[in-house]
Design a protein around this ligand. Sequence first.
Ligand code: ARG
Length: 413
Amino acid sequence: MKEKVVLAYSGGLDTSVCLKWLQVEKGFDVIAVCGNVGQDEADLATIKQKALDMGAIASMAVDMREEYADDFLTHALAANALYENAYPLLSALSRPLLSKHMVAIAHEYGAKYVAHGCTGKGNDQVRFETSIKALDPSIEIVAPVREWDLHSREEEMEWAKAHGVPVPATKKSPYSIDDNLWGRAIECGVLENPWCEPPADIWTLTVDPTQAPDEPEYVEIGFDQGVPCSLNGEDMKFVDIVHELNIKAGAHGYGRLDLVENRVVGVKSRECYEVPGAKVLIEAHKALETLCLDAATQHYKLGAEQQWATAVYQGLWFSPLKMALDAFFTATQCFVSGAVKVKLYKGSCAVVGRTSPYSLYDFGLASYGAEDAFNHEAAKGFSDLHGLPVSTWSAKQGPASGLSAQAEEEAAA
Ligand code: ARG
């Protein structure tokens, strides 16, 4: 009897060649799994059938959108997750979800092997493999693209033709694209030169900000315990809110990123992203937190957010640190409910209002007007004690001039 392998199958050339290669070169029975995480993919039923036509013993297209939003993006939002303070992690968030389904399907079919079509140079292989190992250490991973000796797209096309793998009729775009509900990543082609401005044709979710409408658009986002629950006053599922905000903010040219980032495998890479919905939601969520979190929690959380984003970027979704950080973030979100108003205008998204029944903002304490309820006398004693360590230091070591040692020497000369 043949061994079975579960393949993460997208329907593109790479994973199609993988599907055939696993049968021809490795003698596997292949089970193809195509996950719908909200990517811009024409027809999942066709992709599913294509796998069967190429000899897969089973093929499935699994709708993971709601699970992606509710079990993955909610955590990312609670963590205001931006890797290196910039990238909302769209590819890093989808791989552990796909891995979870692949492992479950492997168990269901009694497959000992799981395969993916990632290269050896990227982050996604690390995310798949680390997630799969965390969920079932006994599963063996096969990475055909890392193993085979097809060194160019031409060689791959040749192999495909020789083995009856349908090759795309249209010319392939020069870019490598990965997309889902949380945004779109564009790499390769001319973007490999970090000095080269991204060509206009890479962007598909966002309009050029100079072409965006001349009138701003206001959007009100409701949150319940950190999770978006309404748009402009209308209750909506989180998954639909993300989708809707991608359209709205994209139409105003908001959410383009052009970055150089540090990959897990030690390489710096130039990446462009379109993340309109993700960025609006992170900005709005942060704004609500400024009302609802006490200062110490808010400050502590900033460091934890960085750690969470780095762990998830590095493929550690299913890891003790990341899960413990989730528990912390969940605890911080219990009063993060209310609404935030944003203004979308020609490539920008400005938070222009925030409100919450749990707001810690106290008008009497904050106001400089007649309603002022702040204890000004107490401030004098507070300042004395707050400054005590530095006044002690200054009395002992001499007054701090504010100049560098060199500037001080020059001033003395
Ligand atoms: N650099 C991003 C990341 O590592 C995007 C990866 C995109 N993946 C792809 N297969 N094109 O998360």
